[in-house]
Design a protein around this ligand. Structure first.
Ligand code: ADP
Ligand code: ADP
Length: 224
């Protein structure tokens, strides 16, 4: 799947209190790309990610998946597209505390009434080291395990692209490193496109293409 971001702007508020959170962003994400986005807090990174992934709508501009405008069409179509094509990993994990690890991981499928592919799920549990944690509640897991469960949830519906918003931001360096290695392995071996927002230059540098954001302006870093 190719994602094209064309002149996307997001403006909050009106008149004097107007904020240009995103200023005419352009970006093409290829089928097997690994992109990183760095930039200070408030520069528009989350806004960009939310719009590219269909969680939010742009004020101007378009986002297409294989030529199809994802913001045109009903909310129902949009959320179905999102659940089928896109997986998310967040800094705060966002696991539902009253559901078991297994139920959390299956949630994207349940919402679309899709049957789980048990063989695929058991492969995911294996590579993510969650086999003995499936009946636990998120509160019983360590930070690293929570993020691995969130990665399993992001992958359960077999998306084509993973968006990760500071996936190591809440982890110590050892767990952060492990989570990054898993995301990289998933990108390389499962051939998923990967877009990572990070404050860590060492993570950003591992990406095939690096972007920086400042005051709503997105720029690709030229490679020497
Ligand atoms: P992070 O730096 O981790 O992305 P932010 O502080 O930028 O966290 O904000 C997290 C979320 O809160 C944003 O994605 C946005 O939806 C919301 N948000 C941020 N700033 C505002 C604001 N001024 N008014 C309302 N919502 C906001
Ligand atoms: P980042 O992810 O880089 O921290 P955000 O995308 O969260 O930045 O925010 C970019 C700008 O847009 C910030 O100035 C933030 O305060 C503003 N913003 C984000 N969400 C909202 C919102 N829902 N309402 C008003 N302002 C917002």
């Amino acid at each position: 799947m190719e994602i094209c971001v064309n002149g996307v702007s997001k403006i909050y508020g009106k008149g004097e209190s107007q904020i240009i959170a995103l200023d005419q962003a352009d970006m093409v994400i290829g089928e097997t790309d690994f992109l990183s986005i760095m930039g200070p807090s408030g520069s528009g990174k989350s806004t960009l990610l939310h719009i590219i992934s269909g969680l939010d709508t742009p004020t101007r501009g378009t986002v297409t998946y294989n030529g199809r405008n994802i913001h045109r069409g009903s909310d129902k179509e949009l959320s179905a597209l999102r659940r089928q094509k896109v997986g998310f990993v967040f800094q705060q994990f966002h696991l539902l505390p009253v559901l078991t690890v297994r139920e959390n991981i299956l949630m994207p499928l349940l919402l679309d009434r899709r049957k789980p592919d048990e063989e695929y799920l058991s492969f995911l549990m294996e590579i993510l080291g969650l086999k003995n944690r499936l009946d636990h509640l998120p509160g019983q897991l360590s930070g690293g395990q929570k993020q691995r469960a969130a990665i399993a949830r992001a992958l359960s519906a077999k998306p084509e692209i993973i968006f990760a918003d500071e996936p190591t931001g809440n982890l110590d360096s050892r767990n952060g490193k492990e989570v990054m290695e898993l995301l990289l392995a998933i990108h390389r071996e499962m051939k998923k496109a990967l877009v990572i927002i990070t404050h860590d230059p060492r993570i950003a540098e591992q990406a095939g293409r690096q972007f920086v954001m400042a005051d709503g302006i997105l720029r690709e870093v030229e490679r020497l």
